[in-house]
Design a binder for this molecule. Structure first.
Ligand SMILES: Nc1nc2c(c(=O)[nH]1)N[C@H]1C(S)=C(S)[C@@H](COP(=O)(O)O)O[C@H]1N2
Ligand SMILES: [Mo]
Length: 362
């Protein structure tokens, strides 16, 4: 057999049936969406499998996309065959390649900015656009999966192969990072890159979408502690400046992290000064002057800090002055800045997921 023939035979052996390729791509994009979004909520190392899976699935996507493009290239090469939906199909493929490429570049520590955006945020944007486009693309080409497309054992072997190839590629990438000492080698298990140094200037100001309040005046500032506490109260900034210290790591989903000494008041002590939590207290909600808010289970909240200082300096406005939440083990977006209300509640607060996205818009 000629070399070409051998190659073609190898590809044939590896290639799943066309419909299975299409449905697998659909499933893989769905899995990447879920793992990608869930990874944003993971702040403790036990959640690493979510990140790992997200990275490993990139290679199977590229491989299946290559099979698919090889299959349809005759059609694409001939403009006479283009239908209106072909454009959407091509855009879908480009978005998928863009998502995997930006993800892989991020693993290598490529830290370019696209205007205000980190490369990781660009990766997320690719993913979100893909999430919108894929269902439309799939609907224009809908062909149900039949039993004979699946081919049982054969497919299981092929998919195991693709999955292992993904795992090996990721390991190889990490090995290359270590050997070449790229910026990617310093990534945390969340994929975030370090911002070194102490205090306000050591790390960027990162606000989510439109949250950009006017500076909060320290002398007028009052923090209210309300809800399921014995004696609701309002305290001034000096009472928050209580000298409790904690070293904690802020890890932003846009791809950087910093470890700092934070100083302020332990939330548990603040609740004690309000006479303690009463019956049914289960969650503590931290609300910003902008409306941005997050809740922590009451036991976790006790060990969180309401900080007035970072690295021995008074917090700057951008970093949430006069008072911001420091929530160890939580991702950065949960560290509410410009906190003015602490509310002890019986229920969780699902609306917080929406509020953090839209707060600051009028
Ligand atoms: N009120 C409010 N708090 C906020 C945000 C925001 O937009 N508004 N951004 C969050 C995000 S996404 C991160 S990563 C951290 C960033 O804190 P920094 O700006 O001090 O670096 O603050 C969080 N707290
Ligand atoms: Mo963030």
């Amino acid at each position: 057999m000629s070399l070409r023939g051998t190659l073609a035979a190898a590809v044939d052996a590896l290639e799943p049936r066309p419909r299975l390729v299409d449905w697998s791509l659909f499933a893989l994009v769905a899995a990447e969406t879920v793992t990608g979004l869930v990874s944003f909520t993971v702040g403790t190392p036990s959640g690493w499998p979510v990140f790992w899976l997200h990275r490993v699935l990139g290679v199977p996507i590229l491989a299946l996309l290559a099979f698919k493009l090889a299959r349809v290239r005759g059609n694409l090469a001939n403009p006479g065959n283009w239908r209106p939906t072909t454009l959407l199909s091509v855009a879908t493929a480009l978005l998928a390649v863009g998502a995997v490429a930006t993800g892989a570049a991020w693993v290598f520590g490529v830290d370019v900015r696209v205007s205000y955006w980190s490369l990781l945020s660009v990766h997320v944007a690719f993913g979100l656009v893909l999430l919108a486009v894929v269902p439309v693309h799939a609907a224009t080409r809908f062909r149900p999966l039949r039993r004979r497309d699946v081919e049982g054992r054969r497919s299981a072997l092929r998919y195991t192969g693709l999955f292992v190839a993904g795992a090996v590629a990721y390991r190889a990438q990490e090995a290359a990072n270590a050997a070449l000492e790229t910026a990617g080698a310093d990534r945390r298990w969340t994929g975030s890159q370090p911002r070194d140094g102490d205090g306000n200037d050591a790390f960027p100001v990162t606000s989510w979408v439109a949250d950009d309040p006017a500076p909060v005046d320290r002398s007028d500032y009052r923090l209210s502690v309300a809800g399921r506490v014995e004696t609701p109260l309002e305290v001034a900034v000096d009472d928050v400046d209580a000298g409790d210290e904690t070293r904690a790591l802020l890890d932003c989903t846009s791809g950087w992290y910093t470890e700092q000494d934070w100083c302020g008041v332990r939330v548990g002590d603040l609740l004690e000064s309000a006479g303690g939590a009463t019956d049914g207290a289960a969650w503590v909600r931290f609300v910003s002057v902008t409306g941005y808010r997050w809740s922590l289970p009451v036991e976790e909240a006790r060990d969180a800090l309401l900080a007035t200082q970072v690295g021995g300096e008074r917090l700057t406005h951008g970093h949430g002055a006069p008072v911001r939440l420091v929530a160890p083990g939580r991702r950065g977006f949960q560290w509410v800045k410009w906190v003015t209300r602490v509310e002890v509640r019986a229920r969780r607060d699902p609306a917080q997921w929406v509020v953090t996205l839209v707060s600051g818009f009028d």
